[in-house]
Design a protein. Structure first.
Length: 68
């Protein structure tokens, strides 16, 4: 009976300890987030003739205005 309980315990706990799949999903999520952010930035800068420097300056100005 004891060996049966040990086998059942191992079958339940071993897959939980294997985090390779979860770690891969985290990296894929980070990559997708990075691609999304870069897409949003490139869309925001697309019509700007001054480039990304002007956009960053406006963002910093708005943030400093909110903070005080």
């Amino acid at each position: 009976m004891k060996s049966l309980l040990i086998k059942a315990w191992l079958k339940a706990t071993v897959p939980v300890k294997n985090e390779k799949g979860a770690q891969s999903l985290e990296w894929l999520g980070l990559a997708a987030l990075l691609i999304l952010v870069l897409g949003i930035i490139s869309t925001a800068v697309e019509g700007q003739k001054d480039g990304i420097g002007d956009v960053i300056e406006k963002i910093i100005t708005k943030i400093t205005g909110m903070v005080g």
